[in-house]
Design a protein around this ligand. Structure first.
Ligand code: FSX
Ligand code: SF4
Ligand code: F3S
Length: 391
């Protein structure tokens, strides 16, 4: 419909939002019936940590906007947050540094998202649980059986495929990571890869990659939602789970499985140093006049023009800062293979390969992130949910 006919257009949009709201309400009623009682009282926990009711309301507004929903959805975002601890989660660890869990669980300046994560109903999490050996394996089997088809499988870390997967074995029976991943994900409602290692292989698969490590999707051939970043931002994880709680589906994904609401734009598009880039004011070397003045970090290796993520918008540690604000360029940690493709990390990319100078930023962006751009519109809302035919 042409936007020119304003009142008709508005009516159509209003109807779409009403239908979406109805879908959301019905789904949340289903949750009331089908998922266990909340294990934690979010409001009590927030109070204990010094967050007021007003802080929570402010957070729901910000999260509603971040998820690209109109303000009428604020009460539903609040309700989904209160139901966060109803969603059973099985959290697996493969080849990684555990920095993703650490970043979420040990933040010195926790935000509402970090507190929300504390309420998550972790049926199994190797780093946090007390059990080990046979008991741990039993816990995993029980969680998968009890919540079959209902739990979210969160995965940290990539999977080594070399030696038939034997570079990574787990538990007393010596199962390979690939075996465990297949068994658990086949019973999950959705698979969320947290961090660039499980999403794309990341450092584990950097050259020369002697263990032949890859991301989960590539290792076992399933669709995954990829919360990229090394480590990723807790906001991008909680927002994705809140969407799932509200609508029973995962948010729209780009061609690399990343939620569009969080990874739809480049670091360069949200960067506070962008006016300096446009005015050709660059830091030429560390500690120079430009560095003191907060100029653009492109010439000291910032890969923000080729990196899709919302770091500049949501920041880290309760919004205090983010890499570029702290004075170092983005190293592209949300992009597949960034360790190899974005090297050298403190110099601009090779001009011969990409065409030369900052004039060609857009060419480089297209070359490195073409797959992401081409795929943004291509994925359906539920593309993170296991497809029937997935092996
Ligand atoms: Fe990888 Fe996460 Fe980087 Fe580390 O688990 S994304 S190496 S922060 O810990 O997987
Ligand atoms: Fe910001 Fe980096 Fe872009 Fe410069 S190149 S404007 S520092 S994202
Ligand atoms: Fe990673 Fe760049 Fe953000 S390095 S944390 S994507 S600013």
């Amino acid at each position: 419909m042409a936007k020119g006919n304003n009142s008709e257009y508005k009516k159509m949009i209003d109807k779409q939002y009403k239908d979406l709201m109805k879908h959301c309400q019905l789904h949340m009623e289903e949750i009331e019936k089908n998922l266990p009682e909340p294990k934690e009282d979010l409001h009590e926990l927030l109070k204990e940590r010094g967050f007021s009711r007003r802080d929570f309301v402010k957070w729901t507004s910000a999260m509603t906007a971040a998820l690209m929903l109109p303000p009428i959805f604020r009460p539903m975002v609040a309700k989904a947050a209160e139901s966060f601890s109803r969603l059973p989660v099985v959290w697996l660890h493969f080849a990684e540094c555990t920095g993703c869990s650490e970043a979420f669980l040990r933040s010195s300046y926790p935000n509402v998202d970090d507190i929300l994560l504390e309420t998550i109903s972790l049926e199994y999490h190797e780093t946090l649980m007390a059990a080990s050996g046979y008991q741990a394996e039993e816990n995993l089997e029980k969680a998968v059986k009890d919540f079959s088809g209902k739990f979210i499988c969160v995965i940290e870390g990539g999977l080594p495929r070399g030696l038939n997967g034997k570079y990574l074995t787990l538990g007393p029976k010596g199962k390979t990571g690939i075996q465990v991943a297949r068994e658990v994900t086949s019973k999950a409602a959705a698979v969320v890869c947290i961090g660039s290692c499980s999403a794309f292989g990341n450092i584990q698969s950097a050259k020369p990659n002697p263990t032949d490590a890859v991301g989960i999707s590539k290792a076992i051939g399933i669709s995954t939602v990829n919360i990229a970043g090394c480590p990723p931002n807790s906001v991008n994880f909680t927002g994705t789970l809140l969407h799932y709680l509200m609508f029973g589906s995962l948010p729209a994904l780009d061609g690399l499985g990343r939620p569009v609401w969080a990874y739809g734009k480049r670091i360069h598009d949200y960067c506070e140093r962008r006016p300096h880039y446009d005015a050709s004011e660059f830091v030429e070397e560390w500690g120079d006049k430009g560095a003191l003045k907060g100029w653009c970090l492109y010439k000291v290796g910032c890969k923000g023009p080729y990196t899709y993520a919302n770091c500049g918008k949501v920041r880290f540690n309760d919004g205090i800062s983010w890499p570029i604000m702290a004075g170092h360029g983005c190293i592209g940690c949300t992009e597949p293979g960034f360790w190899d493709t974005m090297a050298p990390l403190e110099k601009p990319l090779d001009e011969k390969t990409y065409g030369g100078g900052e004039r060609t930023v857009d060419n480089i962006g297209i070359a490195l992130t073409g797959a992401a751009v081409a795929g943004v519109a291509a994925h359906a809302i539920a593309s993170g949910i296991r497809h029937k035919g997935d092996k």
